[in-house]
Design a protein around this ligand. Structure first.
Ligand code: PNW
Length: 468
């Protein structure tokens, strides 16, 4: 028996990926350069009243022009993987039809820069910046045509970049853009309070109509998986990046864990459960007055197309749960008004979700390869007089979360990498520029980059492949 020393017991498996993540609209800027078409986020942020301080991402942190510096900063962090997203309206300004070569050229340059720095590219194909043309033509994801257009675009990107990009995430966070964009998303933050998150295109559909939008989003994922397999080179790997809503057991006992798993499966029924099981639960079909989405058995098979890995974005607990003798076998424990929070308004703190989320993925759905595609926290970061950025709260958050992730890997949960959200401060959707998630600080007047204290933590952890 190997009596592990305390230091080695904090080590991650060999080959573990230490990555950072961003998304196109949040960092690139260059919103109308090189033939790019407008996205629904351009339209939404250009409409007064939608984003805090009426901020928009016309310039963002200017990653489009500063990617060489940003890649050098990632290399300096000892990151060996970068999760970025491709802006669909750069490639197909009209949503489909004729591709815009100069738009693709940007990702060509970025990928070459990454590979030159020893950083593996992981591309997300949809991080919410839908071509405005598809919103105008089809009402976006309200119509199946958008799912088909997504697959055509995804297959084209895999064909063009597939010689160098081997890993793709289809869609980022189904619930955030579907519920947030087509209805408005209410998130519980404790003490009976909720915060409302709005998103592009800013619609207010009924619960029943939302079921059809969800269905088209998961169908778009499945069609894209098939298109990537058909048009990308052999060996191309694909999965999704979903913000699983995580049930946390009050006690770590078999009864409580079972209650948390049952709730997690039930309450992710519109996305994760159908993506991995190829069926809607009875309870889901009966919800919202029993109005079911229009779908076929063949579509369910497409939605559940076999994947190479699953990506999960993990920030906060979904619910605390205890077992119950009454159906459905679990009961919610309210989040206390005094429960600690991180910088974002919705961010209830519990580092243990980094343990439970991947563990549930394996125990509920048998996941064999898991990436943490996002985890991070907002903080009120500022450059101090000595030029450093002392984000002690983010260091605390990182160490606590990674310790829980290491615990999962030590128990054999197959987590193969971690992507920190975010590489640099960027445009935080409806919160604009005030809410900073980066390991690297950005001065949004000068666009100057300054690695924070948390960047030092990440650098040391990635080098040693362990919690430091
Ligand atoms: C994710 N919640 O969004 C997105 O993928 C990123 O684009 C975003 O910048 C990042 O997390 C930080 O917000 C989330 O309410 C939105 O739990 C809302 C929640 C979680 C993640």
């Amino acid at each position: 028996m190997n009596a592990a020393a305390p230091s080695s017991s904090r080590t991650f498996p060999d080959g573990f990926r230490w990555g950072v993540a961003t998304s196109s609209y949040q960092v690139e800027g260059a919103w109308d350069e090189d033939g790019k078409g407008p996205s629904i986020w351009d339209t939404y942020a250009h409409t007064p009243g939608n984003v805090k301080n009426d901020d928009n991402a016309d310039v963002a942190n200017d990653h489009y022009h500063r990617y060489v510096e940003d890649v050098a900063l990632m290399k300096d962090l000892n990151a060996n993987a970068y999760r970025f997203s491709v802006a669909w309206p750069r490639i197909f300004p009209e949503g489909g039809g004729k591709p815009n070569r100069p738009g693709l050229d940007f990702y060509d340059r970025l990928v070459d820069e990454l590979l030159g720095a020893g950083i593996e590219p992981f591309a997300t194909l949809y991080h919410w910046d839908l071509p405005q043309a598809l919103q105008d033509r089809y009402g976006g994801w309200q119509r199946k045509e958008t799912a088909q257009a997504f697959a055509d675009y995804a297959g084209y990107v895999a064909e063009q970049l597939g010689d160098r990009v081997k890993h793709y995430f289809t869609i980022n966070e189904f619930a955030s853009f579907v519920e947030g964009g087509y209805q408005g998303l209410d998130v519980q933050v404790g003490g009976g309070r909720t915060v409302h998150l709005g998103a592009a295109p800013g619609l207010r559909l009924s619960d029943a109509d939302l079921k059809q939008v969800r269905h088209h989003a998961v169908l778009g994922h499945g069609l894209a998986v098939q298109a990537i397999r058909a048009r990308g080179p052999a060996g191309t790997k694909v999965g999704f990046a979903e913000n699983i809503r995580v049930g946390v057991p009050v006690l770590d006992t078999p009864e409580h864990v079972k209650a948390a798993e049952t709730a997690t499966r039930d309450r992710n029924a519109g996305f994760m459960t159908v993506l991995l099981e190829g069926r809607y639960t009875e309870e889901y079909l009966a919800s919202a007055g029993g109005r079911t989405p229009t779908f076929t058995d063949e579509e369910l098979q497409v939605i559940a197309s076999p994947l190479d890995f699953v990506g999960i974005n993990v920030y906060k607990p979904g619910w605390y749960l205890e077992p119950s003798d009454e159906p459905p076998g679990y009961r919610d424990i309210p989040v206390n008004a005094s429960h600690p929070k991180m910088g974002a308004s919705w961010h209830v703190l519990d580092p243990e979700v980094m343990y439970w989320a991947p563990r549930h993925m394996r125990s509920i759905w048998g996941a064999e390869s898991i990436f943490i595609t996002e985890n991070g926290s907002a903080a009120s970061d500022a450059v101090a007089d000595d030029g450093r950025v002392y984000d002690s709260d983010r260091v605390m958050f990182l160490r606590a979360c990674l310790a829980q992730l290491q615990r999962a890997t030590a128990e054999g949960v197959p987590v193969h990498g971690y992507f920190h959200w975010s590489a640099q401060d960027n445009f935080e959707w409806g919160d604009g520029y005030g809410t900073r998630f980066g390991l690297v600080h950005v001065d949004f007047d000068t666009l100057e980059r300054t690695p924070k204290l948390s960047a030092e933590w990440f650098r040391a952890a990635a080098r040693a492949n362990r919690v430091v």
